[in-house]
Design a protein around this ligand. Structure first.
Ligand code: SF4
Ligand code: SF4
Length: 513
């Protein structure tokens, strides 16, 4: 059985109706009475090789049981504990109390009519870690002309953020009711406006110190304008960087080019050398397209040869220039699922795999009920705790959809607060009201608490519907199935990805003397 320790989930208390005072699996007569009734919840049973996945889809409670454990689990429904103990302790060997208490604390059975994890907690979506995200687009312009750019940026794009607009944006961010948050710089290429970026960070730090607010800073850059000066500054002000690299020189230079047509590979390698892998905190985004999807293992080996330990393998987003190059470059859901499944096989086989951030967060969602990753789900906070501000100060609910004029939700010049953006824009309000439970197919789905019906905005702009499953539903279903299969085969998988939740495999019978 996989016991996953609820005590490692620091927000466990949020998930309970009862204050039991202890998260450690143990039996307490005070809590359960002397001889509690054991009852099943409505857990689904999915066979995975020799194990069975017991999955309570309403709460995302799960564990794997072996054959012997399944026999016990199946037999004890509607039985009093003393009867169940007698039944399985005939030879005086096995006391099943510990096993049942583990199932209880996992949220997989009821004891004395009580359930540790209650479905109502998730009725309005995943329990999430708060922390607002503000994206500032310093410019629309970019020194590259990448073939799938969702912002459609190019050197001829002219819009730049002025200091006056930036200052107004930061004042609104500082007034947002949260003691901390993340400010991300994006574009176009934000390093074309390095002086403005520096001014914004210095101003934010100066103004946030007195009220005791804390902000993290991220920079999304194509990596071609990284200098020693930036590296030094980034270290002193804790600015995290994400660079873009799609593969080796040939692969990368097909999709990521300067406007002259020259490839960016050498410039990005130069940036990585300046930043010094492991010294400066930077990550790499690799967009998976028809040009690199068939070489995923080679790609990962190449990244490793460059000293990288993490990468984010992203599909192409069908916006901006990607609409024009879609047929040439993009993958269908089933094709991307094949690539991602190949990556999962790689992490099982490789003793020190390169970490893909998307896989990391998916496994984290499986291991912890508190979801810490904003994206890839309904109720992601777009327009509520996530704001994208364009160079002219226009506010949008999400970075990806800033070309959708109907989502424009005021301007920093006139907005009194970012807090009521959703209420002011009818379209954003409507989209923010999409809940997994209200989508018929999703509400029945085994993996609904992990997938959460996918991104609302992508669903709407691809299908014209709000209350519909995400267009990449087959991918989500397939990838969660593949992840469960992988975990059933190799319990070190989760450790390899350094997920917060502690998961380990141990047969209940093996553990008894
Ligand atoms: S709207 Fe979609 S793309 Fe934007 S943050 Fe939400 S889930 Fe992600
Ligand atoms: S989009 Fe598909 S995988 Fe996701 S919750 Fe809905 S039915 Fe399940």
């Amino acid at each position: 059985m996989f016991y996953y320790h609820l005590k490692t989930d620091s927000f466990t208390s949020l998930l309970t109706l009862y204050e039991f005072g202890s998260e450690t699996p143990q039996f307490s007569e005070f809590i359960f009475g002397k001889n509690p009734l054991i009852e099943h919840l409505s857990a689904e049973q999915h066979p995975f090789g020799k194990s069975t996945l017991l999955l309570e889809k309403e709460t995302s409670a799960w564990c794997f049981l072996d054959e012997g454990e399944m026999k016990v689990y199946s037999a004890v429904h509607n039985m009093e504990l003393s009867v169940a103990r007698d039944m399985f302790s005939a030879n005086g060997k096995h006391d099943i109390t510990g096993f049942l208490i583990q199932l209880y604390w996992l949220g997989l059975i009821k004891l004395a009519k009580r359930s540790f994890v209650v479905p109502e907690t998730f009725a309005k979506g995943a329990v999430t870690q708060p922390g607002p995200l503000f994206i500032l687009h310093l410019t629309d312009s970019c020194n590259l002309s990448c073939s799938y750019c969702f912002a459609d940026s190019k050197p001829s794009s002219k819009r730049k953020m002025t200091w006056e607009t930036a200052k107004k944006a930061i004042d609104l961010i500082l007034a947002f009711p949260s003691e901390h948050g993340t400010i991300e710089f994006s574009g176009g290429e934000p390093l074309l406006e390095f002086d403005l970026l520096r001014k914004i960070i210095n101003y934010t730090n100066e103004k946030s110190a007195a009220p005791g607010k804390h902000y993290r800073f991220n920079l999304q850059t194509n990596g071609t304008l990284v200098t020693k000066e930036l590296a030094e500054y980034a270290k002193t002000c804790h600015l995290d960087l994400s660079l873009s690299l799609d593969g080796d020189a040939i692969i990368n230079n097909y999709t990521r080019r300067f406007s002259s047509g020259k490839g960016t590979y050498n410039a990005i390698l130069n940036a990585m050398e300046i930043l010094g892998n492991g010294v400066q905190n930077f990550g790499v985004i690799c967009v998976i397209s028809r040009k690199n999807a068939h070489k995923i293992r080679y790609l990962l080996e190449h990244f490793r040869s460059l000293g990288l330990v993490r990468v984010k393998l992203n599909p192409i987003c069908k916006l901006g220039r990607a609409i024009i190059t879609w047929d040439d470059l993009s993958l269908e859901a089933e094709e991307f699922l094949k690539v991602h499944t190949e990556y999962i096989n790689y992490i099982i086989e490789d003793p020190q795999p390169i970490i893909d951030d998307n896989t990391y967060f998916m496994l984290k969602n499986m291991g912890q009920k508190m979801h810490s990753y904003r994206c890839m789900r309904s109720q992601c906070g777009a327009g509520i705790t996530f704001f994208s501000i364009d160079p002219l100060g226009n506010v949008f609910p999400c970075d990806r959809f800033r070309d959708k004029q109907s989502l424009k939700s005021g301007n920093v010049e006139t907005l009194e607060s970012l807090g009521d953006v959703v209420l002011k824009n009818a379209s954003v309000k409507k989209l923010a009201g999409r809940f997994t439970e209200e989508i018929e197919i999703c509400s029945e789905c085994s993996y609904k608490r992990f997938c959460e019906a996918g991104c609302t905005y992508e669903t709407f702009y691809n299908s014209g519907k709000i209350k519909a499953p995400h267009p990449w539903c087959p991918y989500y279903k397939g990838i969660y199935h593949a992840l469960f299969k992988a975990v059933s085969m190799d319990n070190t998988l989760v450790h390899k990805l350094k997920v917060g939740a502690e998961v380990f495999q141990k047969s209940w019978f093996d553990n008894l003397e």
